[in-house]
Design a protein around this ligand. Structure first.
Ligand code: HT7
Ligand code: ZN
Length: 885
């Protein structure tokens, strides 16, 4: 297939102003009648054929302006029909109606795109191109239509019938066991935002009054018996609605907002207008079934989908190349929301950890692409960390560049000017260029150049001249299809930490090379490959604190001395950089240890580092922050830092050795912290309580490393007495890493306690899949045969197989290639059922080129075997081929 290219964008030749859908739900033969009000687009090509998208459709009837087409003997001069396309060769040169009846089999839909069944419910997923699996349509985001939807079903099977917009009628169908509901959505929308749900679900209801007085009925619909588990999601929804009013001036615009939770879902959730459909993982929570991290994710995803109502729905994307216009912006908005709900610095650390873990490797490997790609073969493969997370980062960067006020005004202008349209990144940027009165051409490069820039900094203090010089340079490695990069605009937030540990005042008169505005804001802008700044009148050598708050998504290379890092860990006024200094220190130790381990030596011990962590624990700092500081970089983080010739076994050994050393050095304070933070108040999911649990469990994790015997007994006690899932799974995690009968018993006890709760059993699957032992793969294979596992359910696949591929560095990368063969085997099998989930699983190979030679060879061979399979879906074929290119 030929790639779709941004430069080939053409406005549609026809528009569809109105869509009337009549859907008669049936498990295997759902009938869909669609009546389309079509007209030629004044911006399209006059006289063009009308080409509607389909995907595996069976058409039963087609009528143009009431005239039936004979589908048995279709005249090729009138129309062409295949399961994947309907072409009306010469449509009228005026508005006309097209009526199409299709019949679909939701029970046979294993791709979970279009209309499918989750349990006994019917639901839809139309983004990106699922609507064409329901009926023939101009299935592209720049065709906006007003929908009315009549749903009909057996009353017993589907008492609940939902679609977008407001419900305008409902009733029983006389003389039958069926009923109907009629929904009308007054807001024009693209087909990807269409949704329907039919089923027998339990519901909770609430109400929200917008600031202009609109009463909105809120409903969350879940599996019967799970209603109480939706309370937190409802609370998060109401907080999101209120927050969007104050933070962005955005009100909700319909009388109803519904959320439906389903257990079979390819992604996290979907923002269909007025009818969000969620993976139940991001709705259902109770203290004994969901961890604090689960609660935080629920809050974030509920907010994210709600915020799409303005950034995505009211203003949508002109084409799928503009995906970051809605996704990056909405992630930015949900990060802001969570930061306001929780601790901003701690949230920033978590977001940056996630960005580095997910997006940096993508940007450094064969799957690297622009935040706004310029070509794609399969759009489903572009719902990536780059579009979402880097897309959010560059909006944050824009805010740093132009300041809070111009940013907010730019957002207001964007909402005003583009409401009701399908917009582009250029439209978006132009609003900020206007409110900030600034040329943002160079800023746009962040959308159009892939790769993570590297910023290198050299510092020199001249005691005689009392000057401190910072030399910055930026570069960016080539990425697929982009050999040479132009310099980015990179805001570097910085401070100089003085001897007495306060920040030096950065006065304009005391520098050479930085502007007054830059110094007063503490943000230097790099716009060229190099830049020098000389600070004058500096009485003693300061410690530079660079890239505060992670002001730009770059890699920073600055050879800070160990003593500088220790100063920053203890004294930086920027919490992010306190954490960063600890990570940098740990990474340095680990990188040196890995070298030693590979050379057959022992790993490094460093009491200064333990001392710095001790001070953080003694400091009584915010527990959530302290938990982040004492959590070492992950094995994957270390692999990324090493960047080439990676040996996952050596990394594992080095990291375990450092954990052990710290556990021993800090034994007393870890134990004291663990004891001090014992739960003594009723459960609360709030950030403060979650932070205390996080620190307590991080302390336990390090303590166990230093004293496995006593640690295991602490963990066993915690496991037995835990009344929150956070504490239970943390303790089980510790126990699972120690082979023996206790482990088997604890795993068995956990299973028995939670049997039947699929989302909790997913944690049990994931935890076992990540045990870094040679038997892990056999364990995963055994668990695949477990009755709680199903290859058809994406959550199960991600929990067991995804966790093995992404979270078990040593075993996925086992030296005999068994991990690679296992994953590629699953990918090829799963591809026949659900290509989207299979393709995502295959992207676990995104960093294969950074491995040492033996593993690299094995990974490449496994990828080549996949690429050689003749029957691959476009999704898997695309990932396999790009990974190998
Ligand atoms: N906008 C939604 C994307 C999504 C999706 C895409 C492809 C296939 C299935 C999907 N489910 C949801 C989710 C979001 O970003 O809000
Ligand atoms: Zn989104």
């Amino acid at each position: 297939a030929e790639p779709v290219r941004l430069k080939d964008y053409r406005a549609p030749d026809y528009l569809i102003d109105k869509v009337d859908l009549d859907v008669k739900l049936h498990a295997t033969a759902t009938k869909v009648v669609s009546r389309l009000a079509v007209r030629p687009n004044p911006k399209g090509r006059p006289g063009a054929s009308l080409v509607l998208d389909g995907d595996g459709l069976v058409a039963k009837r087609i009528a143009l302006d009431g005239r039936e087409l004979d589908l048995q003997r279709l005249d090729p001069a009138t129309a062409l029909l295949t399961p994947d396309q309907l072409t009306i060769i010469a449509p009228p040169d005026r508005p006309f109606t097209l009526e199409i009846e299709t019949e679909i089999d939701p029970s046979a839909n294993t791709r979970l795109m279009g209309l499918y069944r989750s349990g006994s419910a019917y639901c839809t997923q139309c983004e990106a191109e699922g609507f064409r699996r329901i009926t023939y349509f101009l299935d592209r985001p720049d065709v906006l239509s007003v929908y009315t939807v009549r749903l009909e079903a057996e009353l017993a099977e589907a008492p609940l019938l939902l679609s977008n917009g407001n419900k305008i009628a409902e009733g029983k169908i006389e003389g039958t066991s069926r009923h109907f509901a009629l929904w009308s959505d007054p807001f024009p929308k693209p087909s990807y935002l269409f949704a329907l749900v039919g089923g027998d679900l339990g519901s909770i209801h609430d109400e929200f009054t917008t600031r202009s007085g609109r009463k909105v009925a809120l409903g969350i619909h879940v599996e019967h018996g799970k209603e109480a588990f939706a309370a937190y999601a409802m609370d998060a929804l109401k907080r999101s609605m209120a927050w969007d009013e104050t933070a962005f001036g955005r009100e909700y615009d319909l009388d109803i907002f519904n959320i439906v939770a389903v257990s079979d879902f390819n992604m996290g959730a979907m923002e269909n207008k007025g009818l969000n459909i969620f993976n139940d993982k991001y709705v259902l929570a109770s203290p004994s079934t969901a961890t604090d991290t689960d609660y935080a994710h629920i809050e974030a995803v509920i907010a994210h989908e709600y915020f799409h109502n303005w950034t995505g729905n009211r203003i949508t994307c002109r084409d799928w190349f503009q995906l970051c216009l809605k996704e990056g912006l909405t992630v930015f908005r949900d990060h802001e929301f969570s930061s306001d709900m929780r601790s901003r610095p701690v949230h920033r650390i978590a977001d940056v950890r996630a960005l580095r873990a997910q997006q940096f490797p993508e940007d450094a490997g064969p799957l690297a692409h622009n935040v706004r790609p310029d070509a794609y073969l399969e759009i489903n493969n572009f719902y990536t960390a780059t579009i979402y997370e880097k897309g959010a980062e560059i909006i944050r960067l824009l805010k740093v560049l132009i300041g809070d006020e111009a940013f907010r005004k730019g957002m207001d202008l964007y909402f005003d000017r583009y409401d009701g349209t399908a917009a582009t990144i250029e439209d978006f940027i132009s609003c900020f260029a206007e409110t900030a009165q600034r040329d943002l051409t160079q800023f746009s490069l962040w959308y159009n150049q892939a790769g993570t820039p590297l910023v290198e900094v050299a510092a020199a203090y001249d005691a005689a001249a009392r000057t401190f010089t910072l030399d910055f340079s930026q570069s960016c490695k080539p990425t697929p299809g982009q050999d040479v990069k132009e310099p980015f605009v990179i805001p570097i937030a910085l401070g100089l930490v003085a001897e007495g540990h306060g920040d030096l005042k950065l006065a304009a008169s005391d520098s050479d090379g930085a502007s007054v505005a830059e110094l007063s804001r503490g943000v230097i802008e790099l716009t060229t490959a190099q830049r020098r700044i000389v600070f004058t009148n500096v009485a003693s050598r300061p410690v530079p604190s660079l890239l505060r708050g992670f002001s730009a998504p770059v890699r920073l290379n600055y050879a800070a001395s160990e003593s500088d890092l220790l100063t920053l860990i203890s004294h930086d006024s920027d919490s992010f950089n306190r954490w960063q200094a600890a990570q940098t220190y740990a990474s340095r130790l680990l990188l040196r240890s890995v070298e030693l381990v590979r050379a057959g030596g022992v790993s490094i011990r460093d009491e200064s580092f333990s001392g710095a962590l001790r001070r953080v624990l003694e400091d009584n700092a915010d527990p959530a922050f302290a938990a982040q500081v004492i959590t070492l970089p992950s094995e994957a983080d270390i692999a990324r830092e090493i960047g080439q010739d990676v040996d996952p076994d050596a990394i594992h050994v080095a990291r375990e050795a450092l954990r052990k050393a710290i556990g021993r050095d800090l034994r007393e304070i870890l134990l004291a912290t663990y004891a001090r933070l014992a739960e003594n108040a009723p459960y609360s999911p709030d950030a403060a309580a979650a932070g205390r649990r996080a620190l307590r469990n991080a302390a336990l994790d390090l303590f166990v490393a230093g004293d496995p015997v006593e640690g295991a007994s602490l963990a066993a006690r915690q496991f037995e007495s835990a009344d929150t899932m956070t504490n239970e799974i943390a303790a089980l995690g510790v126990l699972a890493h120690t082979p023996g009968r206790e482990r088997d018993a604890a795993l068995e006890a956990f299973y028995r306690a939670h049997e039947g709760d699929a989302l909790v059993i997913d944690k049990w699957f994931a935890l076992q899949a990540m045990i870094p032992e040679a038997d892990a793969l056999n364990r995963v294979r055994r668990l695949m045969a477990h009755r709680a596992f199903s290859i058809a359910n994406p959550n199960r696949v991600r929990a067991l197989i995804g966790a093995f591929a992404a979270g078990n560095q040593t075993q996925f990368n086992a030296l005999d290639g068994s991990g690679y063969d296992f994953i590629t085997g699953i990918v090829v099998d799963l591809d026949r059922k659900n290509p989207q989930v299979a393709a995502r699983l295959l992207s676990a190979f995104k960093s294969w080129r950074t491995l040492e030679a033996k593993r690299r060879g094995l990974a490449e061979a496994a990828l080549r075997r996949v690429a050689g399979v003749g029957t691959l879906s476009p999704d898997v074929k695309d990932i396999a081929e790009r990974s190998l290119a």
